[in-house]
Design a binder for this molecule. Structure first.
Ligand code: ADP
Ligand code: MG
Length: 729
């Protein structure tokens, strides 16, 4: 017999919160202690090496081999002091998770002895087999090597007994095979484009970094219960399960008290995260039962991405200590809110200014408006690409499902800023403005900060919302690598800023005054990007209609959404900024499609197995007991009595037969559909086939299984039920 849910439930009853000891009451005493960060580098590196690494981090300069040797030996000494015996290059292949290839620090020598070895070349480069990772055909069969190369902008850290060195991952021929490489290039393009635009306002700006503050949502489920659900263990979500009598309708979970076991888990993974330098700060319950969120203080984008990937690893590892399975899947439970990962994004200068924060003077506010409006314009012009960047089989369950941002891309600005843009649109003249008009305009712009202070309107239904001093990209999936959407967002805004500078310079060269030129170009952008602005309820049916009228895309499925990656516009955008070549983009496009197909394929298989091996046999057993019961009733009742009181049992038998019949028929048809889809060679066609011809069986099979769940005797139902998964403390 399968791992029955009662055994699992009994196990859960014996659970107690795990004791977690805070290393110190002062977080500052252990924050970053497992990171080879600035303090550790100061202690372990020579003055010269320290400067060289800092310059690589801040200016992106190269570290030469001799220096790398020195850094490597210092890093190793530090890691040894933390108990590390192994090192690994830590990278982010397109599987979506992180990868590690551990090597011991020592190397065996002749005569059975060993020498400790970890030099500049081991630090700078490793050669994992690229063929074990998705490569979209980039790997030539005769040359399977891939390279990982040290990314000095993200500090090394120790987990357990291993020194982890953040790296990029590229093919033998230099093409990106990971998330980090294009991200770093997009951030570089952003830096350059933004600095150029800042020169209009402030000559002291020489560096602009993108900042990212993510908010991670997740569910906690007891490990024993999760293990009794093959669907949850294998696919990360429940493929069956009747909605519980009490779900989230009372909305009593949000900001409610956190159960002790969950609190202990949170404290534990927060401590681990803080030691790794992840500035985790907030935690709270989410809307759904057993759903939680955590968020750090924002950081430089590349570092924030690494920290989110690291956090997801840490959560899963620490979860095991607390007998929890951490569900990062976007939609583990039907009928219950899914999980997202809001990406709060802004731009910050070397002069300490947040470019998306309104300033104190008309000049700084014009700078703010410039970055603000260019972002809106970039989203308008590249809405489909942004949509592609958050597309995944998992996220399809969220987007547009009336609880998460819709699949329609739009931007929420808030009433005040909408008014400011409307005013600019009417007041800026395309011809020459009089000095009075210009003064009035600048005065108007100068008033922005006062207004924003009481800007309390928040729109939780918008996929991309301005929230006072940053944009919040709310449609990102909870299990996604933020690098995907962040590469796109930074690339499209960088591209837009380059266009902006060109447009403004063109006017200046025609003797238009600089401020006026900026105003005029911004006005054009305001007009051109109007249709992307939406302040209303993004979950409503009216918005779907209104968006269609405006000509905005509403792309519901991943295979269709991914199409934007293969468009001419995208190809040329990434190529123009040196972020990815066409070859790299095509490879990526194929990988994403293949990943989609594989996910649906696995779900479909697990669904069929569960239905045939667990659900139908359970239903048949229960039905047999009903049949026995009817036989008995017939024996002891008169035909008239049986006709009066024995019919319900007969109906139940029939009902069960009907469900079993449909389940079996549909599972067989689905399996046939899968066979057909598997024979398709073209990756795009195959993904579409899986989406339209295989996935389409999921709902109907699930419907009948869930019906059986409420008919069949609770004693014999094998899978932990929603109420047990979601409400067991
Ligand atoms: P809330 O949205 O819950 O009111 P906050 O406004 O403090 O909370 O921010 C939410 C998230 O936005 C946090 O992760 C925070 O670090 C991040 N954030 C705040 N300012 C910025 C910024 N300038 N750039 C990027 N992220 C930011
Ligand atoms: Mg938020």
């Amino acid at each position: 017999m399968a791992f029955h849910r009662f055994k699992a439930l009994e196990t859960v009853l014996t659970r107690t919160p795990v004791d977690v000891v805070l290393p110190s009451n002062k977080v500052s005493e252990f924050f970053g202690e497992n990171v080879f960060g600035i303090d550790a580098m100061r202690e372990y590196l020579s003055e010269e090496a320290f400067k060289s690494v800092m310059s690589a981090m801040e200016q992106g300069t190269q570290i030469d081999r001799k220096m790398a040797d020195h850094v490597a030996s210092s890093m190793k000494a530090w890691a040894n002091s933390k108990g590390a015996t192994h090192y690994t290059h830590w990278f982010q292949p397109l599987t979506g998770t992180t990868a590690e290839k551990h090597d011991a620090f020592f190397e065996p020598t002749e005569g059975g002895r060993a020498i400790e070895r970890f030099g500049g070349s081991q630090l700078a480069q490793q050669e994992p087999d690229a063929s074990s990772f998705p490569n979209g055909g980039i790997r030539n069969t005769f040359e399977a090597r891939g390279y990982t190369a040290w990314d000095p902008t993200s500090p090394a850290f120790v987990i357990g007994k291993t020194l982890c060195i953040p790296t990029i991952f590229v093919s033998y021929t230099g093409e990106a095979l990971d998330f980090k490489t294009p991200l770093l290039k997009a951030l570089h393009a952003m830096d350059k484009a933004a600095v150029d635009v800042c020169q209009y306002f402030d000559k002291n700006v020489t560096k602009v970094i993108a900042t990212l503050g993510w908010e991670q949502e997740y569910f906690l489920v007891d490990e024993a219960l999760a293990n009794a659900r093959p669907d949850l263990s294998i696919t990360g979500r429940t493929l069956f399960g009747h909605i519980p009598a009490k779900g989230q309708q009372l909305e009593d979970h949000y900001f409610g008290s956190i159960p002790d076991r969950a609190t202990a888990f949170m404290r534990d993974f927060e401590i681990e995260s803080l030691k790794l330098g992840i500035p985790i700060k907030t935690r709270h319950n989410e809307v759904a039962p057993n759903q939680f969120e955590c968020a750090p203080v924002f950081e430089e984008c590349n570092l924030a991405v690494d920290h989110n990937q690291l956090l997801m690893d840490v959560m899963e590892k620490v979860g095991r200590r607390h007998n929890f399975k951490v569900l990062l899947h976007e939609k583990p439970f039907a009928g219950v809110n899914g999980s997202g990962k809001h990406n709060n994004w802004s731009l910050s200068t070397n002069t300490g200014k947040n470019l998306l924060s309104p300033g104190k003077t008309p000049k700084t506010n014009l700078q703010f408006l410039t970055f603000f409006i260019n972002t809106v314009k970039a989203v308008h012009d590249n809405a489909d690409l942004l949509r592609a960047g958050i597309a995944s089989a998992n996220n399809d369950h969220r987007l547009g499902a009336n609880e998460a941002p819709p699949a329609i891309m739009s931007v929420f600005l808030g009433t005040q800023l909408s008014n400011v843009l409307d005013e600019l649109e009417t007041k800026v003249k395309s011809g020459k403005m009089s000095p009075d008009e210009k003064t009035a305009l600048k005065l108007g712009v100068g008033k922005i900060p006062d207004i924003l202070l009481d800007n309390t309107d928040r729109n939780r239904t918008s996929p991309f919302a301005f929230t006072g001093n940053k944009f919040e990209f709310r449609a990102v999936g909870s299990s996604a690598n933020c690098a995907g959407p962040m590469t796109i967002l930074n690339a499209i805004v960088a591209d837009q800023l380059v266009k902006f500078k060109k447009d403004v310079d063109a006017l200046i060269s025609k003797n238009v005054d600089k401020d006026e030129a900026i105003f005029q170009v911004l006005r054009t952008y305001i007009i051109e990007s109007k249709k992307i602005r939406f302040e209303g309820n993004g979950y409503g049916e009216e918005w779907v209609k209104e968006a269609a009228k405006r000509g905005l895309s509403n792309i519901k499925t991943t295979p269709e959404a991914l199409g934007a990656f293969a468009s001419k516009q995208t190809m040329s955008l990434f190529e123009r900024h040196g972020i990815m070549s066409e070859r790299e983009q095509h490879a990526r496009y194929d990988i994403y499609l293949e990943t989609y197909t594989k996910k649906i394929q696995i779900e479909s298989r697990v669904m069929a197995d569960l239905a045939l091996n667990q659900i139908i046999p359970t239903a048949i057993k229960y039905q047999s007991s009903l049949i026995e019961n009817v036989k008995g009733l017939k024996e002891i009742m008169s035909p008239a009595d049986f006709k009066k009181n024995g019919q319900i049992q007969l109906e139940m038998i029939m009902e069960i037969s009907e469900h079993i019949n449909i389940i079996k028929t549909k599972v067989d048809q689905m399996t046939e559909a899968r066979k057909k889809a598997n024979a398709i060679a073209d990756v795009k066609k195959q993904a579409v086939e899986y989406c339209e011809k295989v996935k389409s069986y999921f709902d109907v099979i699930r419907y009948h299984v869930d019906k059986l769940e409420i008919v069949v005797d609770d004693e014999s139902w094998p899978l932990p039920k929603y109420r047990e998964l979601l409400f067991t403390k």
